[in-house]
Ligand binder design. Structure first.
Ligand code: AMP
Length: 238
């Protein structure tokens, strides 16, 4: 592929892509790759909330304790934050949602939001998001979550078992000291998985009933998963 074709391919209108899956399924890793491939923003409500907590904003103060015990932040707070983010001009060709929506109420809100949205150069009015569920078994999820480390400076994600950095505990990119997320401790992980089962798993049925829903095996290499994700998006984008 020549440079121009690559550039054109990247400037296509994609619409809304939603990655579903339990904590640790690899949504963040995949969302970063897909966002780079199509040049659309990666909207991770977890990252946005962690940023609010780090800045000590009003929202951050309300969300901190809830996140630390592994519960979900109330819908009204998340939706106000997401609406502001989706209204920014960089979402004009589409966006990829990672960790959003996470409840049926959030999914209903998103449907409503999208019904009033027109993406740039949209070919038709197909507005339902492309929903891709990354399925991973319980033991593998635990391994991924307990082994996950991230660089506080550049955000790159590692796993001490499957994708360790070249030098123990240091980021390959900028040498930053890798951190374990506060909610990746075992007792909090159990709560997060419970919240997922109770509040997020029902979304699979919600979207399955609405058409553009796909399930892929997340127990593959990140590249194999992203090849499948890209194929689905190319076949169904706006
Ligand atoms: P994540 O990085 O997606 O695993 O999210 C980390 C934490 O942020 C979750 O355990 C929740 O406490 C909170 N959170 C992230 N996204 C949402 C959301 N869409 N709705 C409610 N809480 C969320």
């Amino acid at each position: 592929m020549d440079g121009q074709a690559t550039l054109n391919e990247r400037m296509v209108t994609v619409g809304s892509i939603i990655l579903l899956g339990a904590p640790g399924a690899g949504k963040g890793t995949q969302a970063k790759k897909i966002a780079g491939h199509y040049s659309i923003p990666h909207i991770s409500t977890g990252d946005l909330l962690r940023d609010h907590v780090a800045r000590g904003s009003e929202l951050g103060k309300k969300a901190k304790a809830i996140m630390e015990r592994g519960d979900l932040v109330p819908d009204d707070l998340v939706l106000a934050m997401v609406e502001e983010r989706l209204n920014r001009p960089d979402c004009s060709r589409g966006f990829i949602g990672d960790g959003f929506p996470r409840t049926v109420k959030q999914a209903e809100w998103l449907d409503q939001y999208l019904s009033g949205k027109v993406f740039e150069n949209q070919r038709d009015r197909k507005l339902a998001p492309i929903v891709i569920n990354i399925a991973v078994g319980y033991n593998q999820l635990m391994r991924r979550l307990t082994g996950r480390r991230s660089c506080p400076t550049c955000g790159r994600i590692y796993n001490v078992y499957s994708q360790p950095p070249s030098v123990d505990e240091l980021c390959d990119v900028d040498g930053g000291k890798l951190e374990t997320r506060r909610d990746d401790r075992e007792e909090v992980i159990a709560e997060r998985l419970k919240a997922y089962e109770a509040q997020t798993r029902p979304l699979t049925e919600y979207y399955r009933a609405r058409g553009q829903y796909f399930e892929i095996d997340g127990d593959q290499t990140p590249d194999a998963v992203s090849a499948e994700v890209t194929k689905i998006i190319d076949g169904h984008r706006l």
